[in-house]
Design a protein around this ligand. Sequence first.
Ligand code: PEP
Ligand code: MG
Length: 757
Amino acid sequence: MQTALGPGATRRLLKRLRDMMAAAGSAQQRLDRIVKIIAADLIAEVCSVYVMRAGQVLELFATEGLNQDAVHKTRLRVGEGIVGEIAQSARTLALSDAQSHPNFAYRPETGEDIYHSMLGVPILRAGRTLGVLALQNRTFREYTEEEAETLQTVAMVLAELVAGGELVNPEEMLRIEDVGLGSTERLDGLKLNDGIAIGTVVLHQPRISVRQMVADDPQAELKRLRDAMSGMRVDIDRIFETSGLSEGDERWQILETYRMFAEDRGWLQRISERIETGLTAEAAVQKVQEDNRARLSQTTDPYLRERVDDFDDLANRLLRHLSGDRTAADAADLPDDTVLVARNIGPAELLEYDRRKLKGVVLEEGSPTAHVSIIAHALDIPMVGRVPGLLGRVESGDAIVVDGISGQTILRPRDDVRETFAQAIRQRDALRAGYEAIRKLPAVTRDGTPVSLNMNAGLVIDVDHLADSGADGIGLYRTEIPFMIRSSMPDVVEQTDLYRRILDRADGRPVVFRTLDIGGDKLLPYMEHVAQENPAMGFRAIRLTLDRPAILREQVRGLLRAAGGRRLDLMFPMISEVAEFDAARELVEIEIARERKRGRTLPEPIHIGTMLEVPSLYWQLPQLLKRVDFLSVGSNDLLQFLFACDRGNPELADRYDALSPPVLRFMRAIASECDAAGVALTLCGDIASRPLEAMALIGVGFRRLSMPFPAIGPVKAMVRSLELSPLAKYLDELTKLADHSVRKKLLSFARDHNIPV
Ligand code: PEP
Ligand code: MG
């Protein structure tokens, strides 16, 4: 392996392996010959194959170079030694000095002490680790990426032999694969969309097993690839046609972005290159998919990381075209209580399922900002993600509970567990019915103080929840969301159309449009971005749009046109100083003058305000309040800057409490300054959605809150049971304390006063 193997050499090696696998003799005899061929071809002194046995143990099954006596004797647990680490992480390891690796586990019976360098790759099939293939050399060798690539390709081919059932009997294989099947299991994950569902598992991806790995005729395979590609494109066009979506709908935009990926030339190119090395089209797609995953899942760029899902979606679709397999979505007999289980699912794939039968989704991967999560949110389907090892633990037809509130998934729940969740669903339904009963009643405290409850939105379809939630209006419309799910920057005409549809649907209720909060971790696929060390505190939001005023001006132009003849509420994100507000406002004035000059009908009235998310702005309130029509506290960012505590870091999630003396004092001070200046004040961060926090905010002077729509009912129920004056007095006491948190005290107050929180 002194020189990297070219495609021709790899092709020859794969062909020999395939012939060897099809040759006569027992599987063990074939494996013994195969390790010899690999060692010779890749110029390694050692080539060993470890195979996974029941109990998560890796057993040395064949070796060229190590002592033959060690075969079937040397065993390592998953996670033990370098081989165990490769199996556990399912990643390739290339070590020039393996013996000094902290995980090196010396096994004297192998005689491996003379070999210093090691290159090991997992033997994977359908996402499961079946074993490890390792090379060793005496010298301190630096293995190249090409060498690792070749070995991975060889491992793919070997996986067929290992999975064939001759080396380890099929029953034991099943036990390895289906760890813990049969009993109730509770798995922790990440909440991706609220709600609880009890249902029947439908595996989204009937596992597509690539049966044929090596091909004789690359030209024929390339043609198959091209045919499958065009079939896939036709398929995507069909989704567009049958989706019933119109061009302005966000779900259409998501599909459009997805179609853009399907046209990605680099992707096609890489698959073709793998075919040139002798793989079948299916095996090449799978290999490139695995490479993509390995590469992209390690990047810290959230945008790129999420694109893994889109590529997975496409790769699976392509494989289905190549293999003729169908997806679960096509099945006519989908259960009425379908809970989809998948490693990941693309947005287009989710939209293919019958919404009436789809009750929940559980993913082994997934992320809150991925396209598919946005779709689940819009369809109101409970969803949990990041459940490691999920697919190895379920079978189609299993009973399952998805708890999108706590982020848990319960497989094959016992009757009592199932009943507990059924009860929780009934309770939620009853609560919803209770909220429904107060939907049209005002949010007024028992002592007569009205509180305006508004909803946050980001998609046009969110606006429909204005009516069913009983919200007074939209207190925060995050305009960046439609930008994030498109494949190109919307122009003024498109933006005008979008904002007009939002206002039309809001039907006279106020909508506060926040100008673009992009940059940081909210990246647009079509805009260049550079990595920033502290993205939340970096080049984002108003900083970005003031530096690129054309973006802001076009957005404002769209808003002015959409709201012509009616009310417009506009605010800026991340304003840190009055001068920034003035500069942003000036751009708005320029646009107003421009529209006026052209004789267009302007909105009337126009309210211009700002978010308060950066603490420095608080000390400029006297000057700021003279200039703004309203102020909206963005507690998500404000709290992260107050405590210097990253809002996205789960390890710090419970470190500081919003219900603490410093925060409450700060909020009270903001509220009283706005009150004195007669400027409307809202709080639109996540804390407004929790009844206890909302209660405290009202207690320190807030009279307008904005939150995700499902929270309106619970917060309104709290408001209607609240007696404000004793709470305000109690808070006066609490804010003087030096406590880390006053949550428990506020909770007791709520209980003592029969306030549902
Ligand atoms: C906030 O920071 O509280 C806020 C509402 O803005 P976003 O969550 O979009 O940053
Ligand atoms: Mg913010």
